[in-house]
Design a protein around this ligand. Structure first.
Ligand code: SF4
Length: 238
């Protein structure tokens, strides 16, 4: 039976599947979705540890699978250097950025709006320009308070399928995969970061929640930039 059609309890899968079974399941999910969507299956690569694990998995399924990276003017220098290296190695990764003029302190006064302009808008553009019908993400349901109600395959926007192939992996299993397959990661992890974002809004944290270092001191703390919560298909103008 197709793994995509099976109805299984995610929490049980998180706790009962071993590392090897999770890796095999992720590859099967990607393989099945790629068979269905072909070139309109595209990976959103944020360059974080989860994304580079997913990118490595998809390349093992089929080296032709394409992807996109969204960057902003506030990304740390290490992330920009890592991005530049990555796109040289994988020219099938397109980079999207929004250079629109915004207030200098928008990330402080209205971080939701800032993320909407600098992160969500380029994702919408990538989805439109690359003809995406199925986008692949590195979401994990154990990553934080905002990530518990996702499914491995879902349709949050009508006509746009979202595949979360490592949804049931734990943080430790991501690192296990990256170490085992020698996947290169952003050097910021070596400085102590557990979750990466714009330099203005990301701190090294020691809290229990993996995303505790994101948007510290704002109502968005430990939360989301919006690409997993806001509509991504072109919104019709009133
Ligand atoms: S993470 Fe901060 S700087 Fe980056 S887009 Fe969001 S609010 Fe703006």
């Amino acid at each position: 039976m197709s793994i995509i059609k099976k109805k299984e309890d995610l929490k049980t899968l998180v706790e009962t599947l071993n590392f090897k079974e999770k890796v095999e399941r992720s590859k099967r999910l990607i393989k099945e979705a790629y068979k269905t969507y072909g070139d309109s299956l595209v990976v959103a690569n944020s360059l974080g540890k989860d994304s580079v694990a997913v990118w490595d998995l998809v390349k093992r399924v089929d080296p032709n699978i394409r992807g996109f990276i969204v960057t902003t003017r506030y990304k740390p220098l290490e992330t920009v250097a890592f991005m530049n290296e990555t796109v040289v190695q994988y020219p099938e990764l397109r980079v999207y950025k929004n250079d629109a003029e915004i207030a200098e302190d928008l990330y402080k006064t209205d971080p939701d709006k800032c993320c909407d302009i600098l992160k969500v808008e380029p994702v919408r553009r990538a989805i439109k320009e690359m003809g995406v019908k199925c986008w692949v993400t590195g979401l994990r349901c154990t990553e934080g308070r905002t990530r518990t109600d996702f499914k491995e395959i879902e349709e949050r926007d009508k006509g746009l399928i979202k595949l979360n192939p490592i949804l049931i992996w734990k943080e430790r299993e991501v690192w296990q995969y990256l170490a085992l397959y020698g996947v290169k990661v952003n050097p910021l992890y070596g400085k102590g970061y557990r979750s990466l974002g714009c330099s203005t809004c990301t701190k090294i944290s020691t809290g229990d929640n993996e995303r505790d270092g994101r948007w510290v001191g704002t109502s968005k703390c430990g939360g989301e930039c919006g690409i997993h919560t806001r509509p991504l298909k072109e919104e019709k103008k009133a």
